[in-house]
Design a protein around this ligand. Sequence first.
Ligand SMILES: Cc1cc2nc3c(=O)[nH]c(=O)nc-3n(C[C@H](O)[C@H](O)[C@H](O)COP(=O)(O)OP(=O)(O)OC[C@H]3O[C@@H](n4cnc5c(N)ncnc54)[C@H](O)[C@@H]3O)c2cc1C
Length: 387
Amino acid sequence: MIKTPPDQYQDIRDAVRALCAEYPDSYHRDIDVKRAYPQDFVEALTKAGWLAALIPTEYGGSGLGLAEASVIMEEINRSGGNSGACHGQMYNMGTLLRHGSPQQKQFYLPKIASGEWRLQSMGVTEPSTGTDTTKIKTMAVKKGDRYVVNGQKVWISRVQHSDWMILLARTAALAEVKKKSEGMSIFMVDLRQAEKSGMTVRPIANMVNHETNELFFENLEIPEENLIGQEGMGFKYILDGLNAERTLIAAECIGDGYWFLDRVTQYVNERVVFGRPIGQNQGVQFPIADAYIEVEAANLMRYKACELFDAGQPCGAQANMAKYLAAKASWEAANACIQFHGGFGFAHEYDVERKFRETRLYQVAPISTNLIYSYVAEHLLGLPRSF
Ligand SMILES: Cc1cc2nc3c(=O)[nH]c(=O)nc-3n(C[C@H](O)[C@H](O)[C@H](O)COP(=O)(O)OP(=O)(O)OC[C@H]3O[C@@H](n4cnc5c(N)ncnc54)[C@H](O)[C@@H]3O)c2cc1C
């Protein structure tokens, strides 16, 4: 392992590393080949309380800050695992915590904290609107004490391994609202119930072993008490959760980055070609050194975002930039790692190609690199909005 000096989170790191060590490369490789869900791994993380890090202690969580939570995600990825299987459980509940009623919080949060219920899914993206979220077409129409939902979502992750989903739908058509960000609401959807009465799930086979789906709603009925917060405010509520999500994803990318750097430095030290370790060549050293510098720089921005978030300060700029820098750094580390493993980088048994596929996702989801550039251009540099 490359040397990273101990920090104030060392106890958390050691504990998460110890748990992850029970799930070696062969476990994650096998799950990937079978396109299965890492059930045992996720259960072990849940039982140990790691996924309830951000839930306040009064609801049975550990009440940790975003910095500590991010270290948990980082260590999962650094161990060779993929937090993408379970990160939703850590941050989706933030919407409920911030905007749910006292009764809703009391109803859901203790069971999410204990792991009895999984709230791993968030349904926002739609096939015909993509990143242009305010144009979503899924409608929830109030009828008596229920909302009746019709529409479609795409790329909705972990639906088959979750009990609940947070759903964003329009409760007022775009043409009826003054501002396009108005008229959307969020609901808690009981997934197993919904599958029996109006929601169809169609899995999407994809590059990563990531359980993600198309969802079709045909007169799906949701009880009115499942509305979170005020009707029409859902888009704002979703935006409120993005800083934590982006910072946690940044930490996962940093974990990936260190994983690639660990593997590639070990490999290039050992692999001898032309009578010397390939790591003795500058052409090999420099891209690895470059990736290391980028991972370290991304790490600083990730801690800056955490510090502001945990102090209750605005951190949109830092969270977005941390996600951008970390996703770029992990991708550069991935490229160096696969390149300097030569042909072996493509062999399943080295795990490099698996992690390479997994880390590539973060250039696109949950927000694409271009949209972060747009955010920086508009909000930090004062340039005209481009869309
Ligand atoms: C594996 C996976 C899991 C996912 N999980 C979830 C989930 O659980 N819940 C959920 O709601 N969504 C989920 N998503 C969706 C994800 O958030 C979107 O794919 C992502 O936001 C990009 O949206 P899009 O695919 O519609 O791309 P589009 O909006 O069609 O954009 C395509 C590309 O065009 C570029 N682009 C678009 N608009 C602009 C612009 N104005 N300026 C410059 N460039 C632009 C970007 O580079 C972008 O990558 C998931 C996606 C994947 C692949």
